[in-house]
Structures are given as C-alpha cells and as structure tokens.
Design a binder for this molecule. Structure first.
Ligand code: SAM
Ligand code: CA
Length: 248
C-alpha cells in the first residue's frame, strides 16, 4: 500500500474513533483521569442517571459528555444565567444540567423536532425537581425563532443560548439568535471541531455524513470568527464548543 494512502486510512480510522468517543484529548487515559478525578465525584445523581439511561439509546452518540456538562454548568453560574434557550434537546442531558445550574425562577425555552426523545428523560428531570423551569416546544427550531424575531419583546432577552441541533443550520441559527441574546450574553455552539474532521485535508478518506457536516461546520467556524458583533472562544473540550459573547 502506498504510504500516502496508508496515512489517509489511519487518519480515517482515527476520525471514526473520535466520532465514537467525542474526545479530542491525546489519550483515553488522560480523559478517564479527568472524569474520575474531577467530574464523576461531583456529578448530580440525576445527571448520572440520565446519562446512563441515554447510553442505552440507539442514538446515544448525540449525548454530550459529562466534562462538557460540568464546564457549561460552571459557566451558567459564572454569568448568572437566568433566561436561557436550548436548540436540540435529545433526551435532555444538557437541558438538565442547565436547569440545575440556573436559579429556581430561571427559564429554559427548549426546542426539538422530537418529543419522544425528550419524554425519555423527562421523568428524571422531574425527579431532580427542575421541570418547572422548562418550556419545551416540539418542532423545527427555525420557524419558532422566526416567530420570536417578529416580536420585539424577545429581542436581547436571553442570557445564554445553547445550540446543538442540525449543524447544517448553525449559520441560520446564528443569524436569528444574535438578535435574541442580550448584549453581554453568551451563545454556545456544540461540536464545532466535528470529531477533528475540520482540520484534515479535503481529500482524506471520510465517512460521507462526517464530510457533509464538516463542510458546514468549517463555513460556520469561519463566519463566527469574522462576526464583529461577538467575541469568540473555541474550546477543545469534548467535540469542540464555541462560545460567542455578544458585544453589540
Ligand atoms: N443537547 C443534547 C445533549 O447534549 O444531550 C443533544 C442534542 S442532539 C445532538 C440533536 C437534537 O437536535 C436531536 O434531538 C434532534 O431531534 C434535534 N434536531 C434536529 N434537527 C432539529 C431542528 N431542525 N430543530 C430542532 N431540533 C432539531
Ligand atoms: Ca452535541
């Protein structure tokens, strides 16, 4: 086998592995060390229960990682987030850590096209005593956001918005939610390193789905890096999280 082709196949195997673990650290041992030392001992018992329930679901690759959950919980508390939005709920793992991090009278407007996923995790969210903070809307997020944009009362009102849905629409989400987040508020975009695929040569051997979304993710990453209305920080935690702080 030519050395070049072998190198590409190794890279493809690495990407496949990354798409399973959603972990960009240099070794699994290092990642386990972080989880076992700092994350699992402090994880809320309902978050653990929801994570373990979701692991049994056939689409469990969509679940966020517990270290990312810990990081975003801390961020929500640091910025005193109260009025929040989540686009892409799945079984509610990121919804639950958000609900646990915001105050008792805090709110999460949560959107997903699939209510069944949300209902899988709902009993655990109820058990955690935070379901009253959640306003779940079933349906595609873009039309819901368009409705909100029509109404001035929603403009500049959200402290934090987490985007983790159909990644090919990230630019469309950004165009809308930049109007809805307050100046000084934060938008978090998940999976912006897309299993590391954003940095491999375009002719690399790659699963078609990975390539399709990678191209959108690369366009999105370039667009937010150039947007003067925000400050950004792209973190290499989990599968990449880009934080955007609205400045104007
Ligand atoms: N945030 C969740 C977590 O951390 O556990 C994972 C969300 S999962 C990666 C993506 C979710 O987006 C799926 O539940 C899917 O049904 C939802 N979704 C896909 N397209 C959507 C759309 N156009 N509008 C709203 N939700 C959508
Ligand atoms: Ca995600």
């Amino acid at each position: 086998m030519a050395a070049n082709q072998e190198g590409q196949e190794n890279k493809a195997a690495d990407l496949l592995q990354l798409s399973k673990t959603k972990n960009l650290l240099q070794s699994d041992e290092l990642y386990q060390y972080i989880l076992e030392t700092s994350v699992y001992p402090r994880e809320h018992e309902c978050l653990k229960e929801l994570r373990e329930l979701t692991k049994k679901h056939p689409r469990n690759h969509m679940l966020s990682t517990p270290d990312e959950a810990q990081f975003l919980s801390m961020l929500l508390k640091l910025i005193n987030a109260k009025n929040t939005m989540e686009i892409g709920v799945y079984t509610g793992y990121s919804l639950l850590y958000t609900a646990l991090a915001i105050p008792d009278d805090g709110k999460i407007l949560a959107m997903d096209i699939n209510r069944e996923y949300y209902e899988l995790g709902l009993p655990i969210i109820e058990k955690a005593g935070v379901a009253h903070k959640i306003d779940f809307r079933e349906g595609p997020a873009l039309p819901l956001l368009d409705q909100m944009i029509q109404d001035e009362k929603y403009h500049g009102t959200f402290d934090f918005i987490f985007v983790d849905a159909d990644k090919n629409n990230n630019i469309n989400y950004h165009k809308r939610i930049i109007e809805l987040v307050k100046v000084g508020g934060v938008i978090g975009y998940d999976n912006t390193l897309w299993c590391g695929s954003v940095a491999v040569p375009p002719d690399s051997i790659m699963d078609e789905r990975l390539r399709y979304f990678r191209d959108f993710m690369m366009e999105f990453n370039k667009a937010v890096a150039l947007d003067p209305r925000i400050e950004i920080c792209q973190l290499s935690i989990a599968d990449g999280v880009t934080l955007c702080r609205r400045i104007s």
